[in-house]
Design a protein around this ligand. Structure first.
Ligand code: ADP
Ligand code: MG
Length: 485
């Protein structure tokens, strides 16, 4: 970064194009498997290979998934649809054209909510359209030849295109995180950027702050994680501003991001762009969507993450932060849903999710779907605390680990076995209190002189001496009574 350049004079404008592989069994226009991986060229048939005489037929499930995502993104759904051929020549494209809805998308407009810097806003979408994927060229498998795997050719994709509505890499990060949560939430796509089932191209331009016209855009490709999209955007904004400030001009081009050094290099310029010669695919009949078909899909939609967050804040009185963490991913939200059905203590349930459960998962580097304890068992542990049988600290540090190891055992059985049942008998706590007060005569004098905050120290000492078993609430009451008498 050049020291003399004022980067704050400029505003970035960003539009994102995301390709998401739909979770169908078969490909968009054939019965070939759409599964990821597989030995190269095993998920292929004459249709995938584009042999003369073969005919495509449309996968209804792919259409349903695209519409599902469209509803979740508040898009308008086009009733009349057709597919076009996008013609270009490349070895990974056996037919010599890609079948795409590029010219007439199934989902129009819409928006995705993002939460950045503590504020919510909508990122406007331009469209979501259906298209087939290309195969995969492998340049590093053989010293002299490029090898091609056609397993991916024809796999159904949706392309989700935003308006040029983002202005920095944090918004892009939040948008992609939200979009990934959404496609996973809806079972539309597995959202795996590392494996390439979700891919993002970033279109970036700059303009002077206050300008309303758009600058020349550069498209950056080949980022395999959300973090790398953020890095690529930051790098590209800096590159363009530096270029312009040094008297240069941004040229419209496509660049490839290199994650190893955080920079990019040009792939092709506008002059080298293809003329795709789009025209409606004569082998595929146009298809119209009926009200009943759309209504069935709409009815199948689950509650969306942002709706759920809002409901938990409103109905359960959860802090927004807690509600957001609980709805971070589908498995956590589903678990919490079952947990609050099993216990009336909803705030305690949220505290358990954000506290001990989350720490356990962090320690294991695991996701919620691997948590071994059924929600009903966690609810039983919460009940044990509410009933005054054990305190939270004992429950989370001593009982929970045993329950995780032996999910069949009830918390009360474990607490009894380990001799952890809380002491709620004043008769046995009082002697411990006397012992503690005798140990700290100075502190007792300070307390009596007005330093009331010392009560915490006394309670803590009683808890320590009783190995955590004294009921903290009762201990507090007894101590206050004794010290104020
Ligand atoms: P293309 O035909 O080159 O793919 P599109 O108009 O389809 O261009 O836009 C592709 C993406 O680029 C969209 O996400 C759009 O919002 C974004 N975009 C378009 N113009 C600009 C610009 N000047 N600056 C930043 N992003 C832009
Ligand atoms: Mg484009």
């Amino acid at each position: 970064m050049s020291a003399s350049i004022d980067y704050n004079k400029y505003e970035a404008v960003i539009g994102l194009e995301v390709h998401a592989q739909l979770l169908t069994q078969s490909k968009l226009f054939s019965g070939d498997s759409a599964a990821f991986g597989g030995l190269p060229n095993t998920h292929i048939s004459p249709v995938t290979l584009g042999h003369p005489g073969t005919l495509p037929f449309l996968n209804k499930k792919a259409v349903e998934l695209a519409i599902k995502l469209g509803f979740a993104c508040h898009c308008e759904i086009a009733r009349e649809n057709f597919f076009a051929r996008k013609n270009y020549f490349y070895p990974d494209l056996p037919k010599g054209y890609q079948i795409s809805q590029h010219t007439a998308p199934i989902c129009i407009g819409g928006h995705v909510p993002v939460f950045v810097d503590g504020k919510s806003r909508h990122i406007q979408l331009n469209r979501i359209h259906l298209e087939e994927d290309a195969g995969k060229s492998m340049h590093d498998q053989d010293a002299d030849n490029t090898l091609v795997d056609y397993n991916r050719a024809g796999v159904p994709l949706v392309e989700i295109v935003t308006e040029p509505d983002l202005h920095n890499s944090d918004e892009a990060y939040a948008y992609l995180t939200e979009l990934r949560r959404l496609v996973r939430w809806l079972d539309v796509c597995d959202g795996n950027m590392e494996e390439g089932s979700m891919r993002c191209d970033a279109n970036i331009s700059i303009r002077l702050k206050g300008d309303t016209s758009l600058g020349t855009k550069v498209e950056v490709k080949n980022m395999n994680s959300i973090r790398n999209v953020k890095r690529a955007i930051d790098n590209e904004i800096k590159r363009q501003i530096t270029l312009v400030e040094e008297g240069g001009r941004v040229v419209q081009e496509t660049r490839s991001f290199d994650a190893s050094n955080g920079s990019s290099f040009p792939l092709r310029s506008k002059e080298e762009a293809n003329d795709y010669r789009y025209f409606p695919d004569p082998d595929l009949a146009p298809f119209n969507l009926t009200d009943a078909f759309l209504e069935n899909i709409r009815k199948s939609l689950p509650e969306l993450p942002e709706e759920m967050i809002e409901r938990y804040i409103r109905e359960l009185g959860l802090p927004e932060y807690d509600a957001r963490v609980i709805c971070d991913d589908k498995a956590t939200a589903a678990y919490f849903g079952e947990l609050i059905a099993a216990t009336p203590h909803h705030k305690a349930a949220a505290n358990w999710m954000l506290g001990p459960v989350k720490s356990w998962l962090n320690d294991q580097s695991a996701g919620m779907e691997t948590f071994p304890l059924p929600p009903a068992s966690l609810a039983a542990l919460i009940a044990l605390i509410v009933d005054g049988k054990v305190n939270f600290s004992i429950a989370s540090s001593r009982i929970l680990p045993v329950m995780i190891g032996e999910p069949g055992k009830t918390p009360i059985a474990i607490a009894t076995e380990l001799n952890l049942i809380q002491d709620t008998d004043a008769g046995s706590i009082l002697p411990v209190i006397e012992e503690v007060l005798a140990k700290f005569p100075g502190k007792v004098a300070e307390f009596k002189a007005g330093k009331k905050g010392l009560i915490g120290l006394f309670v803590g000492e009683v808890m320590k001496m009783s190995a955590g078993k004294a009921d903290p609430k009762l201990t507090n009451e007894l101590l206050m009574k004794r010290l104020n008498s």
